[in-house]
Design a protein around this ligand. Structure first.
Ligand code: FES
Length: 254
């Protein structure tokens, strides 16, 4: 269990990764000290106007020496628009770290991701050091992530739906062969649900233990509202509290 705290976090800066995706770095020493890969943080984006709710973001990287951590988000609504307006020196109210992280007890991991699901996997890659990474997107411009992973990953395998970069197809165009020939003893997956389901099924078929990080709409992020319910091993579970990381074979409702 992690020890969550509410912290007044100073914005260190924001970096534009694509026209709609930003990397936000904040100074939050207590959260940075205890965040593990797979954890997320709940950020209050406004104090006066709607939306009043906090927004959950996966921890995408930590610098323990500087006491900072980063989150990557897409500007898709009012809340994230407000977040995008936060400037260096502004203070954000953040609760974290939350959730259960990845089980890192493995020798040869493969990381598989797509879309914003690559954000928590970036921190995982930082901690695992030199894991192989397989990432997929619709086209080359969606795979700006490869530059973020470049210094952390061992090998990077790319797929695009339109064939504009890497192998044409989804990650499933490469995954079965990598599982058969790569000698991997653990796969970590996060991304769109169809991709996670298919990747999990391929891992189960190949007999390689797989963990998935589920992405569900979360209203409270603290186990109080049930908006993030899913079914795990025949029981109702809360992604925000019991997850977001689960063993692939235990997930019955994604
Ligand atoms: Fe409210 Fe999970 S987000 S219970």
């Amino acid at each position: 269990m992690t020890h969550k705290v509410i912290e007044k976090a100073k914005v260190m800066g924001q970096e534009q990764l694509s026209p709609t995706v930003r990397l936000l770095e904040v100074e939050a020493t207590a959260i940075a000290a205890s965040a593990r890969p797979g954890h997320f943080a709940n950020v209050r984006v406004s104090y006066h106007a709607a939306p009043l709710l906090r927004r959950p973001f996966g921890v995408a990287g930590v610098d323990k020496e500087r006491g900072t951590f980063s989150m990557i988000y897409r500007i898709i609504g009012e809340g994230t628009k407000m977040l995008a307006a936060a400037k260096k020196g502004d203070v954000l109210d953040i609760v974290g770290p939350l959730g259960n992280g990845f089980d890192l007890d493995c020798a040869r991991p493969l990381i598989v991701g797509g879309g914003l699901g690559l954000a928590p996997l970036l921190y995982l890659s930082q901690v695992l050091k030199r894991a192989d990474v397989l990432m997929g997107g619709r086209s080359a411009d969606e795979l700006f992530w490869r530059h973020l992973f470049a210094e952390k990953a061992e090998k990077i395998f790319l797929t695009t739906d339109d064939g504009s970069l890497g192998t044409q197809g989804t990650v499933l165009a490469l995954l079965p062969r990598l599982l058969a020939e790569g000698g991997y003893d653990r796969v970590f997956v996060c991304g769109p649900v169809p991709m996670m389901k298919a990747a999990a099924a391929a891992c189960i078929k190949a007999g390689v233990p797989c963990q998935v990080s589920l992405e569900k709409y979360m209203a409270c992020g603290l186990g109080a509202c049930l908006s993030c319910a899913c079914t795990i091993k025949g029981k109702r579970a809360k992604v925000c509290q019991d997850g977001p990381v689960f063993w692939a074979e235990e997930v019955e409702e994604w």
